[in-house]
Write a protein that binds this ligand. Structure first.
Ligand code: AVI
Length: 324
C-alpha cells in the first residue's frame, strides 16, 4: 500500500493476505476455534500493543526495563566486549538502546519480518548511536537466517526481550531457540550468547489483570482481530457480540486470551458461514509464564545453557543470559 492507503497489489496475489485467510478459515472451522496470535499485529494491533505496555496492570515491559537499567553493569560484565548484537524482532524501541548503552557492541543487526518497522528502527538507532554499524535484515527468524557478511566472523549476542518466547507453545519455542542457535553460530571460535526475557509464574489475579486491564486496552487489542477479519476478509462478525476474556490456564502455565460470544451468533468470512453458541470462544493468544526450572528446561531443549539470570526488584520477570 502507498502511504495514502491505496492498494498497489491485488490482495489475492499477496502472500500475507492468503496466509491470513487460510489461518482464519482453518481456525474457525476447528471444533475449538483458534487463530494464531501473530495476526493480532496489523498496524492498529501493533499500536494497541504499544499502548498495552504503558497500562498500569501490564508489568512485563516496566520490569524488564528496570532490569536492563539497574543491572546494566552486571549484564555488560557477563556478556563481555565486542559482540555483534542480533535482535530478533526489532520493535522494542525502548529496550534496545538500554542494552546497546550497557554493553558497547561492535555492531547491531536488527531482524524483522516487517521491512517498514525494521528500517524505521534502524534509522532511529543509527541516530542515537553514531559510529555503530547497523545492518538490518528483513527475514522471518523462525527459521535459520543468513546474516550479512560483515558480521560473519563476529561473536554474537542474540537479544530476544519481552517474553515473546512465551507466546509460543513448547514445540515452536524449541524450534525457534534452535534456529537462533544456528543463526548466531560464527564460522569458528566464540560460542554465541542469548539474552532472553522470560516472564515468571505468579499470583493468578496479577496475571489476569495484566491481560485484562481496567482501561480496556487489552480488550481492544483482542477485539481488533475480529475487526481486522471483517476489514480484510469480507467478514461479518458482530464484534459488539464478542467480549475479551483473559484467563489463567494452570495446567499449561499460561494466560490465554479468547473472544467469547455473549449470545449465539452467525457470521461469514470470505463467503463461508460460521456459528458460535453462547459462551463459545475463539482462542487468540497464549502467554506462557515460567518458573526458574521450566525456563531452564526450555532453554536446554533449544540447545542453550543458562549462565546468569536477573530478576526485577519485585521478582516478576527474568532476563536470562544463556550460552550455546
Ligand atoms: C508480545 N507479547 C510478549 C505480549 C505478552 O505479554 O504475551 C502480548 C500481549 N498480549 C496481551 N497483552 C500483551
Amino acid at each position: 500500500k502507498t502511504s495514502e492507503g491505496i492498494a498497489l497489489v491485488d490482495r489475492d496475489e499477496d502472500g500475507v493476505d492468503r496466509a491470513f485467510r487460510a489461518d482464519v478459515l482453518e481456525g474457525l472451522r476447528a471444533r475449538r476455534k483458534a487463530i494464531p496470535a501473530r495476526w493480532l499485529y496489523d498496524d492498529a494491533g501493533s499500536q494497541l500493543f504499544e499502548d498495552i505496555t504503558k497500562v498500569p496492570e501490564y508489568y512485563p515491559t516496566r520490569a524488564e526495563t528496570e532490569i536492563l537499567t539497574e543491572r546494566a553493569g552486571e549484564i555488560a560484565a557477563a556478556v563481555g566486549p565486542d559482540r555483534a548484537v542480533v535482535e530478533f524482532g526489532s520493535g522494542s524501541s525502548v529496550k534496545t538502546p538500554l542494552l546497546l548503552d550497557a554493553i558497547a557492541p561492535s555492531s547491531y543487526v536488527p531482524l524483522d519480518i516487517a521491512g517498514d518497522f525494521l528500517r524505521q528502527a534502524a534509522i532511529e538507532l543509527s541516530a542515537k548511536f553514531p559510529g555503530l554499524p547497523v545492518y538490518p535484515v528483513e527475514a522471518d527468524f523462525m527459521a535459520e537466517v543468513t546474516l550479512p557478511s560483515e558480521v560473519e566472523k563476529a561473536a554474537k549476542l542474540g537479544f530476544f526481550p519481552g517474553s515473546t518466547i512465551g507466546n509460543m507453545v513448547a514445540w515452536t519455542a524449541v524450534e525457534l531457540l534452535r534456529s537462533m542457535r544456528l543463526t548466531l553460530q560464527a564460522d569458528h571460535g566464540v560460542q554465541p550468547l542469548l539474552l532472553i526475557g522470560m516472564d515468571l509464574v505468579k499470583d493468578r489475579a496479577v496475571l489476569e489483570a495484566a491481560y485484562d486491564d481496567a482501561g480496556g486496552v487489552t480488550g481492544e487489542f483482542n477485539l481488533n482481530l475480529a475487526r481486522r477479519i471483517n476489514r480484510e476478509l469480507e467478514g461479518t462478525i458482530p464484534v459488539e457480540s464478542l467480549r475479551h476474556v483473559a484467563r489463567w490456564n494452570d495446567e499449561y502455565a499460561r494466560v490465554e486470551m479468547h473472544l467469547e460470544a455473549m449470545h449465539g451468533i452467525e457470521f461469514s468470512v470470505s463467503g463461508e458461514s460460521f456459528a458460535m453458541a453462547e459462551g463459545e470462544t475463539i482462542h487468540t493468544e497464549n502467554s506462557h509464564k515460567f518458573t526458574r526450572r521450566s525456563a531452564d528446561m526450555l532453554l536446554h531443549a533449544g540447545g542453550w545453557s543458562p549462565r546468569k539470570r536477573w530478576l526485577d526488584s519485585k521478582e516478576r520477570f527474568s532476563l536470562i543470559l544463556a550460552e550455546a
